[in-house]
Write a protein that binds this ligand. Structure first.
Ligand code: GDP
Ligand code: MN
Length: 369
């Protein structure tokens, strides 16, 4: 300690310039801090909010929250600057992950892949939402069984949440029925509501990343989380393909998800001519948008880490920085710029100022019914 409190007060009384000096110093340090934050291109958002009980929540965005409850009147804030700096620094190379899956069917391959993830399982929480029908009940039962086995072992996940939709499900479970254009708006709106319910009931102040992973993605690398996080993108979508046997019975692959796309002139023109409540869904010849689709940009000899900017995303395997959701990006169950669900989500993230990116050469595989 340089001076005692009394010494400081005495000095200030004698030499008022010291006070001016001190105030300027504090202002300078503050400006330098704000300056570097802005220079680093980070969006400055509020760092404090009051909890109901009068406690103060304090953190560097979501990265590390220090929760102080029932502060005395002359409260002093304690926080670990190193910790805040470290977490801000790695911006997403660490932190808690929330894997969210809307699920109509339980596929053992999907579950096996989660269990093989190389990321520390004690840092991973899982969330599921099931439709309110017989298929959903069956999936829930099988998942509960699988969870019991996993959670009894060393690789247990931090937390698992299972929800049942509070709305009725559409019973269109064949691939052909699900994909008919005329049912898309209703079906995608229902899916959007399911995703929102799942997200808003499971995200926590500690969640750094949300991975949206469909239940029928049956092949993903164990390094999926590390691989995707390394890109440090607010929204990052993998390319969803499907394995099949070609006409000679030889194993082959083909594109599956056409919702990862770049907006086109034709797409914008179609949207312009639409009524407020109409939506564009990608991959239908009735609505020829000529949008560049990520599914068609796969290059088997290309760099796995190649990136491409996107305007729309699907839900197959999408890594979202949790701040994007916290800032308000969700899955619109209504036409938003004539887009809905995951495609509407990408638009909303972009309207919030976030970059949306795809990995054309990073493949994950969809189940083949
Ligand atoms: P597609 O691959 O584009 O045909 O879409 P899916 O039918 O596979 O749906 C995407 C994801 O949502 C998958 O994980 C499904 O299991 C899940 N899903 C599909 N329909 C429903 C539903 O009615 N309720 C819930 N909760 N999940 C659903
Ligand atoms: Mn699917």
């Amino acid at each position: 300690m340089l001076f005692s409190r009394n010494q400081v007060i005495r000095n200030i009384r004698r030499k008022p310039l010291i006070l001016v000096g001190l105030v300027s110093l504090v202002a300078l340090v503050y400006l330098a801090f704000v300056g570097t934050t802005l220079a680093a291109g980070q969006r400055s958002t509020k760092k404090y909010s009051y909890s109901k009980k009068g406690g103060l929540w304090l953190g560097s965005k979501n990265k590390d929250l220090v929760i102080l409850h029932n502060l005395p009147d002359n409260h002093i804030l304690h926080y670990d600057l190193n910790k805040l700096a470290a977490t801000a620094d790695v911006l997403g190379n660490e932190g808690e992950v929330l894997i969210l899956t809307p699920m109509t069917k339980f596929l053992p391959e999907y579950w096996a892949n989660l269990n093989k993830l190389s990321y520390d399982h004690s840092m991973i929480s899982l969330g599921f939402i099931f439709p309110r029908n017989a298929e959903g009940d069956q999936a829930l039962k099988l998942l509960e069984q699988a969870v019991k086995e996993t959670q009894a072992t060393k690789g247990r996940f931090k937390k698992i949440t299972m929800l049942r939709q509070d709305t009725d499900a559409l019973d269109l479970q064949l691939e052909k029925e699900r994909h008919a254009l005329k049912v898309q708006k209703e079906r995608r709106a229902m899916m959007a509501v399911a995703r929102n319910s799942l997200l808003f009931t499971t995200i926590s102040p500690k969640t750094s990343w949300v991975l949206w992973l469909d239940a029928d993605i049956v092949e993903t690398p164990p390094t999926l989380l590390h691989d995707m996080m390394a890109h440090k993108k607010p929204v990052l979508s993998a390319n969803v393909y499907q394995r099949y046997l070609d006409e000679n019975g030889a194993p082959a692959i083909r594109p599956y998800d056409f919702n990862n796309w770049i907006e086109s002139e034709d797409g914008l023109k179609i949207a312009e001519g639409m009524n407020d409540d109409e939506i564009i869904v990608e991959g239908y010849h009735e609505l020829a948008t000529y949008r560049p689709l990520m599914a068609h940009h796969y290059d088997d000899k290309g760099d796995k880490n190649a990136e491409m900017p996107l305007d729309g995303v699907g839900g197959g395997a999408v890594l979202v920085n949790a701040d994007v959701h916290r800032d308000g990006a969700m899955f619109p169950p209504f036409p938003f710029y004539h887009l809905i669900e995951t495609e509407g989500f990408a638009k909303m993230a972009k309207r919030l100022g976030y970059e949306v990116v795809g990995l054309p050469n990073y493949l994950v595989y969809h189940y083949n019914e």
